[in-house]
Design a protein around this ligand. Structure first.
Ligand code: MN
Length: 149
């Protein structure tokens, strides 16, 4: 868990995104940001070990059982990022509008190297959700499926 990749991808004088640092909020933060970048997607973030573990979901996150969504693992983000909304200017990494789509906390039910099960307590998403690593696509180590169970 490190913010190295997060910091390498951004020029903090040119983007309003937080530089942030590793910190334990003790709240098990959950959030989803709607990110209108070159391709609209939803960024799912869950707090683990002082950072927000992050996945980009190209379609609307499922509220009901039976829908499996591809979730591409992205770089860890600082805790502070859960409070960020704004516009990342053109020419910067992830340029486009970031809005808070959903927010709350979660309880960890299970976590191993290719499965994470959490009980999400949000406004839009509420219930037990699984993230399972998959071999789908050409970057198998970064692809997960996200679904309600
Ligand atoms: Mn994004």
């Amino acid at each position: 868990m490190s913010l190295k990749e997060y910091k390498e991808k951004r020029k903090f004088k040119k983007t309003p995104e937080p530089k942030g640092k590793k910190e334990i909020s003790k709240k098990n933060i959950y959030c989803i940001q709607k990110h209108s970048a070159s391709h609209l997607h939803y960024d799912l973030r869950l707090e683990f070990n002082g950072v927000l573990k992050s996945w980009a979901i190209p379609k609307l996150p499922p509220k009901q059982k039976g829908l499996k969504r591809l979730a591409i693992e992205t770089e860890d983000h600082p805790i502070e990022y859960a409070f960020f909304k704004g516009v990342i200017p053109e020419g910067n990494y992830g340029a486009g509008k970031v809005e808070i789509y959903d927010k709350g906390d979660f309880e960890l039910i299970e976590k191993n190297k290719d499965t994470i099960v959490v009980k999400i307590n949000g406004n839009k998403l509420n219930g037990e959700y699984c993230l399972v690593k998959t071999n789908y696509g050409n970057k198998p180590e970064k692809s997960w499926l996200f679904f309600r169970r």
